[in-house]
Design a protein around this ligand. Sequence first.
Ligand code: AHR
Length: 492
Amino acid sequence: MLEMVINADIKKGKINKNIYGHFSEHLGRCIYEGIWVGEDSEIPNIKGYRTDVVEALKKLKVPVLRWPGGCFADEYHWMDGIGPKDKRPCMINTHWGGVVENNHFGTNEFFEFCEMIGAQAYICGNVGSGTVQEMQQWIEYMTFDGKSPMADLRRANGKEEPWKLKYFGIGNENWGCGGNMRPEYYADLYKRFSTYVRNFGDNIIHKIACGPAGDDYRWTDVLMKEAGHLMHGISLHYYTLPNGSWTEKGSATEFGEGEWFKTLKQTLFMEELVIKHSTIMDRYDPEKKVGLIVDEWGAWCDVEPGTNPGFLFQQNTLRDALIAGINLNIFNNHCDRVQMSNIAQMVNVLQAIILTEGDRMLLTPTYHVYDMYKVHQDAQLLTVDFKNTDYIYNGEKIPGISVSSSIDKEEKIHVTICNLNPIQDIEVDVDIRGIAVNRISGKVLTAETMNAINTFDNSNQVKIDVLKNLRLKNNRAGCKIPSKSVVLLEIE
Ligand code: AHR
């Protein structure tokens, strides 16, 4: 029996809803086919955006969406993506398969899509191959409400009022695909580019600097020292590679317990990264004004056999549900510093929440985790005190349980628990203090096998079920957390 104590009256701070953010890049079939099919498509659409995808995303309450990349962002010239579609120039998407990008999905379309699904826009600007003027004009096009060349251009393109733009990234992975820079050089460029990212009218932009790759702590140190006072956020990118190697990542679906264990161990490393980068940030920003923005994370596996290697298309198993659940628990528990996260990516790319094939769509196990965890958005974090159990495999051990908890405005407590052990169920007893409990209910996401997937022919193999046999006595809630599962408890 694993005993937990939750003090409902000791609130630890708000879980920023943006932790439940997403990322959509011009990569493979994410934007084209996944989100945008065009108004003339036979696939049901609303003004060119897939109806099924829009409806699924609305249900998820997506708070924020990052676009247009990724590596694509530092090659993207926004003026190519505005105006009449048949006049927009094409470009080569050199990062992702060398395919021709027709620019039919551009700034106006991105904002329209965000409005449809109810998400805030988070745009990543081009530092690697763009100019300060180009970035300055993009901001003017999007947000200036007066009369000016760029605002008039926006009006000529059918948008009278400016959009609200709250989040803007100054480049992406500028240590790599965004220009192969040193942190000192990028810090100077950050200062220069970000100076011209202006606030017009009442639009206030949160500027996000390109942060480190994984455990590059020097990058964070230099950026915070040189430019920490000029930014609202610094990004962090870390992907779970099942085998821990970029050259042999491992299959998304064909794996045994060895790979399951290694993958979850890689996933848990996120907590060390968050703690260590936060410690560096504390040195320069003890008041925690600068957010850690984990704007790319998730499982990165080998592409599905037979698919374009540049399109990063992978299936999504129950293991992905655990990867998502563990990461989101980590972000919740460190919400004093983690202000946003954006899983890579929204549709048809990497750890996607949605897959499409022609006019068919399926919701992946990862989607269901976001559906269960959305109750944490803007709720108050509660700490969960417990002595973890070990999950031991081949003489190595990792924590057996990942958990986070919050209390919302209606005083409902939510506890999300992942059981990392693929074989053993765990009995849990939660002692709730500081509030009288009358009711408990639960949901569970699990399957017969570790690599269970949803397919277009059977899209309900991995789905949310009601968690049965819950106990409630003397303000203590009890239940069994099945092996390899993600559970949500709601306690009122
Ligand atoms: O998400 C795929 C790619 O991973 C992004 O374009 C890049 O930023 C990262 O390396």
